[in-house]
Design a protein around this ligand. Structure first.
Ligand code: PEP
Ligand code: MG
Length: 573
């Protein structure tokens, strides 16, 4: 069976499915043939649940404190509670399957707790609901993954891969990712690319058509999923996987070479990373620095915000990895699709245009200052630059400068080692920033174009919404005109301009970006060499001609087709 989706991370993955869901599948009750073995099935699931929970508690104890771990350990006690176990056994003996029996018994405990009216006991009902869901998911063979525990050759299938779910996934265990939701620039797609794991997103009806343990081929280059493939398909895709590896080997010729256009104009190819480990990988892949370190990783999957020292160590590590090469570190861009429970982000109807990124940081000055102090201190160990996300006004830059000045003063008084001259740049990813780009350029040290959000905000099309994905394209004349304008204003003010959105590594777009004079291309590590190759194909004169014609076209599809034709003709020569 073939399913189509969005080609989100190239390459071929072949393996066995593990379904990851946040909630159990619907329960269809049936009378078990052998009640004794049904009780044994429940006991086995409960044992597995307790084992998983103990592991989670031990990890939490290390990352947080014994208090948080104790809450999880109380879940084990409840799953082992003799009264609950006897009730579930009784339900099974009366003719229910284990899932239905667990559902019934735990729901009645929840109702009992809720009926007390005592706030503390009522809160416990939420815990019981959590235990119920996780136990039923264990019985159904679906559940949250422990990425380090999955066998090699695992294909992860999930409704939507949230950023917190993805922490810990590595390419040596996970061969492919398939989701029911998400687009090319969703964070799950970005992460899959960064990890070099083939991924197909928004795969049609995937959750209802696929089962745990199905054998699957994920073609992340074409956006195709083949469930239980024929021998023919298997052979065909093994060959395709080998060709993909060969192409990667050919690109190795670009290692250690400068990034230059065909007529010798020097560009910088830097990397987008999400952790210090990503920095090491990017360095090995020949990145000329870091164009975007997303710092959210430090704040997620924990119960309280990271302290200055922990942040400082993480930023310092990346700075040291790159020596005197630039390392652009973006301040916290939380909100939107990235939630962090302990920050108590307000529930908003439109979180993408709500209190996220710089807006949230300026409302939480203590949290923001901790990060700024850590960044200034890391600046003493390399070529660190600070970048602010989602800027829409000059005041946001001014307020941040004020906080930076305060931090500089504090650090000087404390006698700490730091760099008071860390450059401050901004992401241009909102239409407001494009409109006032000339004024912003006078106030900051560099621009970096965030095409992922800029495309969404310019086209008013949510980057994860399938219904409007036809509008979400960087090839729209509106978006290209924004990019042109940003480059012009940066250069008029004498500051460099980079691009850290996914469009920076889009082969068809390279001549346009060369024509606009983009200085720096920030791409995921596996796109470094192919971007260097694509830049080497064009002279400025050719790029100018192509850009001139492309911008005279009216439709995104026309522009994309025209640019694809150009690159194909060039490659065929
Ligand atoms: C962007 O919007 O282009 C960007 C790089 O930021 P993020 O994808 O993290 O929102
Ligand atoms: Mg963004």
């Amino acid at each position: 069976m073939i399913i189509n989706g969005i080609a989100a991370s190239e390459g071929i993955g072949i393996g066995k499915v593990i379904i990851v869901t946040a909630a159990p599948k619907e329960i269809e009750d049936y009378e078990p043939e052998n009640k004794e073995s049904e009780v044994a099935r429940f006991t086995e699931a409960a044992d597995g649940f307790c084992e998983d929970t103990e592991k989670m508690a031990a990890e939490l104890e290390k990352a947080a404190s014994a208090k948080e771990a104790a809450i999880l350990r109380s879940h084990i006690q409840m799953a082992r509670d003799p009264f609950i176990i006897s009730q579930i056994t009784e339900e099974i003996n009366k003719g229910s399957c284990a899932e239905a029996a667990a559902e019934k018994v735990f729901t009645s405990v929840m109702e009992m707790f809720t009926a007390t009216g005592d706030p503390m006991t009522m809160e416990r009902a939420t815990d019981v609901g959590d235990i119920k869901n996780r136990l039923i998911m264990k019985l159904q063979g679906v559940g949250n993954i422990n990425p380090s525990a999955v066998p090699p050759g695992t294909i992860i299938v999930t409704e939507d891969l949230t950023p917190s779910m993805t922490v810990g996934i590595t390419g040596d265990k996970v061969s492919g990712i398939i989701t029911a939701k998400g687009g090319y620039t969703s964070h799950s797609a970005i992460l899959s690319r960064a990890l070099g794991i083939p991924a197909v997103l928004s795969a049609e009806d995937i959750m209802t058509t696929i089962k745990a343990d199905d054998e699957v081929i994920v073609d992340g280059s074409e956006g195709i999923v083949i469930i239980n493939p024929s021998q023919n398909d298997r052979d065909k895709y093994k060959k395709k996987a080998a060709e993909f590896t060969k192409m990667k080997t050919r690109l190795r010729a670009y290692r250690g070479k400068p990034s230059v256009s065909a007529d010798g104009i020097r560009k910088q190819i830097v990397a987008n990373i999400g952790s210090p480990k990503g920095g090491v990988i990017a360095k090995n892949e020949d990145a000329e620095g870091i164009g975007l370190l997303r710092t959210e990783f430090l704040y997620m999957n924990r119960v309280s915000a990271p302290l200055e020292e922990e942040q400082f160590e993480a930023y310092k590590k990346v700075a040291e990895t790159f020596g005197n090469k630039p390392v652009i570190i973006r301040t916290l861009d939380i909100g939107g699709d990235k939630d962090v429970p302990y920050l108590n982000l307000p529930k908003e109807d439109n979180p993408f245009i709500g209190c996220r990124a710089i807006r949230f940081c300026l409302r939480s000055p203590d949290l923001f200052r901790t990060q700024l102090r850590a960044l200034l201190r890391a600046g003493a160990y390399g070529n660190v630059r600070i970048m602010l996300p989602m800027i829409t006004t000059l005041e946001e830059v001014h307020e941040t400068r004020k906080l930076l000045d305060q931090c500089i003063e504090e650090l000087a008084c404390e006698g700490k080692e730091f760099n008071p001259d860390v450059p401050l740049g901004i992401m241009i990813e909102t239409p407001a920033a494009v409109i006032i780009a000339d004024r912003l350029a006078e106030e900051v040290d560099f621009f970096s174009i965030g095409t992922n959000d800029l495309t969404g905000y310019t086209m008013c099309a949510d980057r994860g919404n399938n219904l409007v994905s036809y509008l979400y394209s960087v090839f729209n004349p509106a978006v290209l005109t924004c990019i042109k304008r940003i480059c012009e204003h940066a250069h008029q003010a004498g500051i460099p301009v980079g691009m850290c959105g996914e469009a920076a590594s889009e082969p068809a777009l390279i001549p346009i970006l060369l024509a606009f004079g983009l200085d720096e291309f920030s791409v995921s590590h596996e796109k470094i060499l192919s971007t260097r190759h694509n830049i080497s194909l064009w002279t400025k004169e050719e790029a100018d001609q192509i850009a001139g014609h492309a911008l005279s076209l009216d439709k995104a599809s026309e522009i994309r087709n025209y640019l694809n034709e150009q690159i194909e003709t060039k490659r065929a020569r």
